[in-house]
Design a protein around this ligand. Structure first.
Ligand code: NDP
Length: 246
């Protein structure tokens, strides 16, 4: 499905990004993953991708750092020769009620989740525009659509990603680049592993499908959006939330 394509996946070393990297590699794409600190996890996903016979490499970079991101993007292009697909997936949470939220917790979530996606879109678009079928996929969240108690910073960042998605879709459409967002619900990753049991139980009762999603179930949607089959879909936000906000 992605044979001959090159993809860059931020936060590709764990969770949803890792599952996306693996399904892209399984479908023939060469993949560069960006990680922030967990070198062991990044090394593991690179080895797992190489087993599919594709080129794979991990790059350490804080996505929120504009100039670091610029240098890494240039390095990736030098190494891979072309870039067709970008998945802006790196994200963090720093939950807390609005009235008690610190400035630092607000800023860091906005910087990683929104500025990180801007940085990579800004620095890679020049290469993606040269692809006959460029694709940019932003991982938003249902929190960005509906809001969520304790996530003023996170839901603001994920709503901002939807605005970024729609603008990118409009600005790059003439270059045959599509840009879409995926809004997952509760997915079983390290990010949700630390939620208290009673919250996880409440989540399950609020989800019509009665369970959390798996990273692979989000990655499958990213694969479709990255493929030629999705050529006429752009500026969309697609939920993968078990029906929670249907
Ligand atoms: P994880 O916490 O499992 O993984 C996060 C990934 O992002 C890791 O690879 C991490 O790298 C990387 N990362 C974090 N900060 C930075 C940074 N500053 N620079 C570069 N890389 C960074 O997250 P999930 O897989 O759960 O989430 C992935 C995306 O999906 C996020 O954007 C999240 O908001 C979104 N999402 C998740 C949901 C869920 O229920 N899990 C629901 C809705 C949306 P390292 O390992 O080196 O730290």
């Amino acid at each position: 499905m992605l044979k001959g394509k090159t993809a860059v996946i931020t936060g590709g070393s764990r969770g949803i990004g890792r599952a996306t990297a693996l399904i892209f590699a399984k479908n023939g794409a060469d993949v560069a993953v960006i990680f922030s600190g967990n070198e062991a996890a990044a090394g593991e996903v690179v080895s797992a991708m190489e087993k599919f016979g594709v080129k794979a490499k991990a790059y350490q970079c804080d996505v929120s750092d504009f100039s670091q991101a610029k240098n890494i993007c240039a390095e990736i292009f030098k190494e891979f020769g072309k870039i067709d697909i970008l998945v802006n997936n790196a994200g963090i949470t720093k939950d807390g009620l609005l009235l008690a939220m610190s400035e630092a917790d607000f800023d860091s979530v906005i910087n990683v989740n929104v500025k990180g996606a801007f940085n990579f879109t800004r620095h890679l678009s020049r290469y993606i525009m040269k692809s006959p079928a460029g694709r940019i996929i932003n991982i938003s969240s249902v929190s960005g659509i509906a809001g969520n108690v304790g996530q003023a910073n996170y839901s603001a960042s994920k709503a901002a990603l939807i605005g970024l998605t729609k603008t990118t879709a409009k600005e790059l459409a003439s270059r045959n680049v599509t840009c879409n967002a995926i809004a997952p619900g509760f997915i079983e990753t390290d990010m949700t592993a630390s939620l208290p049991d009673e919250i996880l139980e409440k989540v399950k009762t609020a989800v019509p499908l009665k369970r959390m999603g798996k990273p692979e179930e989000v990655a499958a949607l990213a694969l479709f959006l990255a493929s030629d089959a999705a050529a006429y879909i752009t500026g969309e936000v697609i939920k993968a939330d078990g029906g929670m906000y249907a």
